[in-house]
Write a protein that binds this ligand. Sequence first.
Ligand SMILES: NC(=O)c1ccc[n+]([C@@H]2O[C@H](COP(=O)([O-])OP(=O)(O)OC[C@H]3O[C@@H](n4cnc5c(N)ncnc54)[C@H](O)[C@@H]3O)[C@@H](O)[C@H]2O)c1
Length: 252
Amino acid sequence: MSLAGRTIVITGGGRGLGRAFAEACAAASSDAIVVADIRADWGEATAEALRKAGADAAFLAVDLGDPKSIEAFAAEVEARYGRIDGLVNNGAIATGIGGKTFEEIEVETWDRVMAVNVRGTWLMTRAMAPLLRKSTLGGRIVNIASDTALWGAPRLLHYVGSKGAVISMTRSLARELGPDGIAVNAIAPGLVLVEATEYVPPERHRLYVDGRAMQRPQMPDDVTGAVVFLLGQGAGFVTGQLLPVNGGFVFN
Ligand SMILES: NC(=O)c1ccc[n+]([C@@H]2O[C@H](COP(=O)([O-])OP(=O)(O)OC[C@H]3O[C@@H](n4cnc5c(N)ncnc54)[C@H](O)[C@@H]3O)[C@@H](O)[C@H]2O)c1
C-alpha cells in the first residue's frame, strides 16, 4: 500500500472525501500531492495541513467546469512536476442538489452538474494523460463515482446520471489508456458522513445504514484504503473496474 515515488493529483481535495484521500496518500508516503479545487480557502487549508504533517503538498486552483482553467492547471502541474503518477477525479458538484424529482430539476442545474462532473472528468483526464504517460511507475486514474448510480437513488437524477457516466467512461478510458500502462478504475462510495451530506434528510441516512450488510454510518476513512490501493503498485493489472465501497448497501 506504499505510494512512495508517486506524485498524485486530487481534484476536489479541499474538503470531505478529497481531503481524506489527500491525507491517506500522504500517510502512504506519496512523493508529492497536488490539491486541486475551485475553493482556494479549502484547498490551501488541506495543503497546509499536509505540509505541517511533513508531506510535500501544494494547492493549485482549478474550475472543472471551465476547459481553459483545466488547461492552465495542467500547464502549471507540468511546469512544477514534469509528470504525475496518479490522478483522483474526485471534484464534483456533490452537495445541495438532492431532493428534487426529475420533473423539478432546473435545466441550468442539470447542465452545471454535467459540465463539472462528467465533462470535467473527461477534460481533466485528457489534460493529465500526457503527464501520466511519463510515469515510470505506471500511471493510475481513480474516478470517484457513487453507489447512487447503482441502486437508482430517487430525487437526484442529474447527479446519478453524471456518476453513471463516470462509471461508463472508466471502462472506455481503461481501454484507451491501457496501451500506455495506465490503469483506470472507479470506486462507488455509499452515503458518507462529511460536510456535503449534512443536508441529506435523516430518513435517507437511515435507509443507508439499515440497508447495509454492515449496519453503521460510513466515514471517509472507510473509503481511503480502496483509493490508496488503486493508486499503488499492487493494482497495476486492475483496470476498467468499479469497486463499490459502501458496507454492502448494493453489490456490483
Ligand atoms: N459524501 C458522499 O456521501 C459521497 C458518496 C458517493 C460519492 N461521493 C463523491 O465523492 C466526491 C467528493 O464528495 P464530498 O462528499 O467530499 O463532497 P464535497 O462537496 O465536500 O467535495 C467536493 C469538492 O469538489 C470541489 N469542487 C466542486 N466544484 C468544483 C469545480 N467546478 N472545480 C473544482 N473543484 C470543485 C469542492 O470545492 C469540494 O472541495 C464527489 O465526487 C462525490 O460525488 C460522495
